[in-house]
Design a protein around this ligand. Structure first.
Ligand code: ZN
Length: 282
């Protein structure tokens, strides 16, 4: 199964700026878990292909048998119970030692909102003092229930279910892409004018679409693989856009976009017009 989010993660993981902690946010925990496990196996696999783990190396066998020594899952013992501090304390042994087989260790924790206060504070200490070669992946369906200090230390990734995206009207995405193209190549419009139109047309979704445009542009710069660009079908535009804008600039825009989404998710009401103008101008 070709999974869009997974493909994006894999492409982003090639970046030097791979975070030490991800927060995968999705309304569908089962799908979120599937993506996180596929991504983890791919990271650990010795003979990984561009988008697939090989499934036949030692790492893959151990992973499939739930016994890879460099992969640690933290989840409540029973479905509806909490994640307690004792479970976070198991990391005190797991984290400091060197990876045994792979080139990194991965901690997968879910559902993150099930951590009680003590557990969350203990995890926060781990996130505050990142260890090289240890990657945290937290899954949540309710990011608002997490400590803000935890969320702010993670790179947030919205994990959409591909099934929901098929057939979705992507007109806003095409419009934003085309507008950015006009802005960056011709300067015949100003960011203020563009943002005004977007916010007026899609007051609640503009950031969502803007983020999809940015992640696809970044993905394309890393992979040069048009097959992965599910959302950008105007291939010529993708080529032009990507040749004009440095990837550091795209990353910076994406980080700022996610920061605004984080504020929104935590009940703040930023001025969308000003926020987007700032993202585009700086
Ligand atoms: Zn493998």
């Amino acid at each position: 199964m070709k999974n869009l989010v997974l493909a994006k993660l894999q492409a982003l993981s090639l970046s030097a700026s791979l975070p030490h902690a991800w927060l995968f946010v999705s309304t569908d925990l089962a799908h979120n878990l599937q993506v996180a496990k596929q991504f983890s196996q791919w990271l650990l696999c010795t003979n990984k292909q561009a988008t697939l783990a090989c499934g036949s190396c030692k790492q893959c066998y151990l992973f499939a048998a739930d016994s890879h020594p460099d992969f640690c899952i933290i989840t409540p013992a029973e479905k509806h119970s909490a994640i307690l501090i004792d479970e976070i304390r198991t990391l005190n042994e797991f984290i400091p030692s060197k990876p045994q087989l792979a080139d990194r260790k991965i901690v997968l924790l879910y559902p993150a909102e099930k951590m009680n206060k003590q557990a969350a504070n203990a995890l926060l200490k781990n996130l505050e003092e990142p260890v090289t070669n240890v990657l945290f992946i937290l899954l949540t369906t309710h990011s608002r229930l997490l400590l803000k200090t935890i969320v702010s230390r993670c790179q947030i990734l919205p994990v959409t279910n591909d099934k929901c995206v098929v057939g979705q009207d992507i007109a806003p995405l095409k419009k934003i892409l085309s507008d950015l193209h006009t802005l960056w190549l011709t300067s015949s419009v100003t960011p203020v004018e563009l943002v005004e139109q977007w916010v007026k047309q899609w007051p609640n979704e503009v950031l969502y679409w803007f983020e999809l445009v940015l992640t696809d542009m970044i993905l394309y710069q890393y992979t040069r693989n048009l097959q992965l660009l599910r959302y950008i079908s105007e291939r010529d535009q993708a080529l032009l856009l990507n040749s004009q804008v440095p990837i550091q600039r795209l990353w910076s825009m994406l980080d700022q976009t996610r920061q605004v989404q984080f504020w929104l998710g935590n009940g703040h009401k930023p001025n969308m017009q000003l926020a987007l103008e700032n993202i585009i101008l700086h």
